[in-house]
Write a protein that binds this ligand. Sequence first.
Ligand SMILES: [Cu+2]
Length: 474
Amino acid sequence: MLSRRKMLGGAGAISAAVAAASVSKVAMAALPEPVIQTKPDTMPPLVPNTGRPYNPVVTLNGWTLPWRMNNGVKEFHLVAEPVVREMSPGFKAHLWGYNGQSPGPTIEVVEGDRVRLFVTNKLGELTSIHWHGQRLPNGMDGVTGLNQPGIPPGKTYVYEFVARRPGTFMYHPHADEMVQMAMGMMGFWITHPKGKHPLIDEVDRDFCFLLNAYDIDPGAATPKIMTMLDFNLWSWNSRIFPGIDPLVVRHMDKVRIRVGNLTMTNHPIHLHGHEFLITGTDGGPTPKSTRQYEVTADIAVGQMRQMDFLADEEGDWAFHCHKSHHTMNAMGHDVPTMIGVDHRGVAKQITKLIPDYMVMGERGMKDMTEMEMPLPDNTAAMMAGTGPFGAVGMGGMFSVVKVRKDQKRGDYSDPGWYQHPPGTVAYEFTGALPDPARFKADVSPGPGSMPSMAKPAQDVEVKVRKPAGGHSGH
Ligand SMILES: [Cu+2]
C-alpha cells in the first residue's frame, strides 16, 4: 500500500492553529482557536478528555475536530476555505473545504450535548452550513435565504443547538451548493448515544467516510463545477484508490462502517467475505425487526447508512462501489471499446502519423493498468492499485478491509498483505483439458421449448462491438 499510515499522537498530528486573518482580533478573542489539518492520512481516534465520554470513530483519510468546553457548551470552530487535497499519491486537487481539508473534520458529540459551532467564511462568496439530519431550531438549519442570510466572506456566524438524537449525520453548505459541494465542502457528524442504547450496539472499531465525486480533467487541479452527471473521479473522503487507506481490524472485532453519500448518483457499496446489518440511517438507529443481512448496501443521494458486522474471516477483503466505472480514475469518456479488435495493422499506419500512438484495450481495459503511458502532470493514474499478486486493476471507490488475528486492540496501522495459509489460494489446474461436450438444443427440443424457424444454413459467429461514448444518467 502506497499510503502506509503514519499513526502519530492525536494532538501531535494536527498542525498549529492558524488565525483567520480576515476576522477582527476582538471577534477572535471570543472564538475557539481554529485547528487546521493538512495531512491526508487517517488520524487516530480523538479520545474525549472533556465532556461526556464516548467511543470515538476513525475517519478514513480524515480526522476529528477538537473542541473546547465553555460553561457546559461544546464549542467547535469551522473555517470554510480553499484547500489543497492530495487525492492520491502524485495528484493534488484544488478544492474548497474546512480547516485545511476536504472533507472537513468529523464532528463528534454525545446525545444531549449543547453544541455551539462558529463558522468563519474565508471563501470569496457567501456560504452557510446545513446540519444534515439534525433535529434543531428552524433558524439553525442553515438554508441561505430561508433560515438565515448567507455568511458573507470574512464573517463568522454562530450556530447553536442540542444534539437531540444519536446517529450518523453530515454537514454541507446550502448556499451556491452545486458549486460548493462540487468543490468539496462537506463533513461528517456523529452523535454518540448517551450510555447504553437498546438499538445501538457497542463496537470495537467504528469507521466513517463520505462518498464524493469530482470532475477534474487530466493535467488540471480544479474541479469543473457545472458537471451534473459525468464526473470522472469517484472518491471516498476526496481520496481515490490506491490513496484510500485500508480499514484495519482485529479478527472477531465488532466493526461499524458509516457511509454518507454527497455525490449526484447512488453507490452500491459492497463488502467481500462477510455479511452486515444496516443498523442505522440518517433517521437514527433502525428497528431490529427491519434488519436483514446484506453484502451490498445501495446508498442513495443524500443518504447515510451505518453497517455493522463481525470480522470473523481473516484476510484482505475488497470493499468497493459495485458500479464498475466508479472503481476507475480520471479517463477520457471518448475511448472506443476495442475488445476483440486486432488493430495492430491499423496502429502501424497511425504510428507513421502520430509517433506516440499506442494500442489500447484490445484485451480489456486492464491492459492499461500495466502499461507505462505518459500522463500529463498532476493526473491520477488509472486503476493503479497493486496487490501482492500484481495489478488490482482498481481505482476510485475501492479499499480493503484487513482482518488480522494478531492486530492489537486499537491498533489501526497497516499490517501489510495477508499471509494465506498453505493450500488456501486459487491455483492453476495443470491436468488434461478435454474438448467440451456441446449441448445440441436444436436436435431434440425439450418439452415446451420453441424450435427455431428460418435457421441459417451455416452457423454465424456474431461479433459484438459495444457502443462507445458517454455514460450519463448514472
Ligand atoms: Cu459508485
